[in-house]
Design a binder for this molecule. Structure first.
Ligand SMILES: [Ca+2]
Length: 323
């Protein structure tokens, strides 16, 4: 049910995964989805927000249920468009009704055109589960399949404008269980060499049969250091700071510059072993933590930390804090 503000309500509880049988149209209650526009649309047109919600709801429903808006459906002794009005169902089953009203019924041609343009029939499905930068490479893992075929799909990977072709054919029993018509050889685990510095990396699943290709995911790698300003403490005459920082282009420890109130004060090495950082940024090793203690006068001071790149990339601000 959709109200005039475009709010969508579920009439009978079933959620996205468990369909329930409604009571919306004689003889058409099973094997269909009934959508009620709340109101009287004999003369007044459904408001724009209501029509927009109807469009979006049907794009979702037809996508997840693999219903092609271009293909008529043979059912109940008739061949009908996949989108019909209540009065159309009534005419087939001999249960006459004016529903959804003349102006409500008049939106159906436009609705069908919208769905034909917007339901992504045949477009590959995918999920990028891992995107990981390591020195010299970037690794992607996940799965991709095409709803039109059990065959593995091609993946085109682009580092900036350089494309390489891969196949998503690793065994994934979980995907096979979720999509029983499409087999289970749909996993991928791709490591691409990457030069230092920033890059744009994108993966595309190549459609089999109907439908366009689809983006699996894109990421921007950085050549600048990353890190976190974790702690700041004050004692008479001193401020202490701590955190971690690493440069995505090296496993080595890097330098961290400490600025107080906008003035350079001190450089420290991010050399303290940090198993927690290594666990998240695999391939980079542990020595990326730091702490430093710098002299300050009375009153509040703003401390900013900058990670120093090993290559030509500019220093990266790790963070600023006041103490
Ligand atoms: Ca396809």
């Amino acid at each position: 049910m959709i109200d005039r503000y475009g709010q969508i309500f579920e009439g009978r509880f079933g959620g996205a995964s468990r369909g329930v049988i409604g009571a919306h149209a004689t003889n058409f209650n099973s094997g269909s989805v009934g959508i009620a526009l709340i109101g009287d649309f004999s003369n007044a047109s459904p408001p724009a927000a209501m029509q927009d919600a109807l469009n979006r709801l049907l794009v979702w429903k037809m996508t997840v249920n693999h219903i092609d808006p271009n293909i008529p459906v043979a059912t109940r002794g008739a061949v009908i468009d996949p989108i019909i009005g209540h009065r159309d169902a009534g005419a087939i089953s001999g249960d006459g009704t004016a529903c959804p009203g003349n102006t409500g019924y008049a939106i159906l041609p436009g609705l069908r055109n919208f769905l034909r343009a917007n339901v992504p029939i045949g477009v590959p499905w995918s999920n990028l589960e891992l995107s990981q930068r390591t020195p010299g490479s970037v690794r992607f893992a996940g799965w991709a399949l095409d709803p039109d075929s059990p065959d593995p799909v091609d993946i085109h990977a682009y580092v900036d404008s350089d494309g390489t072709r891969h196949l998503a054919d690793l065994e994934r029993p979980d995907i096979g269980a979720a999509f029983p018509d499409n087999g289970s050889e749909h996993g991928f685990d791709i490591t691409l060499p990457i030069s230092p510095g920033p890059h744009s990396v994108c993966l595309y699943a190549i459609s089999i049969g109907k439908g366009r290709n689809d983006i699996i995911g894109c990421t921007r790698t950085t050549g600048s250091p990353i890190g976190f300003f974790e702690g700041i403490g004050r004692e008479p005459g001193w401020i202490g700071v701590s955190g971690w920082s690493l440069d995505p282009d090296t496993r080595d420890s890097i330098l961290v510059d400490v600025y107080v109130d906008g003035r350079y004060i001190h450089t420290t090495g991010a050399v303290v072993p940090r198993a927690d950082v290594a666990a998240v940024y695999s391939g980079y090793g542990e020595p990326h933590g730091f702490w430093a203690r710098v002299p300050v006068g009375p009153g509040l001071h703003t401390v900013c930390l900058w990670g120093i790149s090993v290559l030509a990339d500019p220093p990266a601000l790790i963070g600023c804090r006041v103490a």
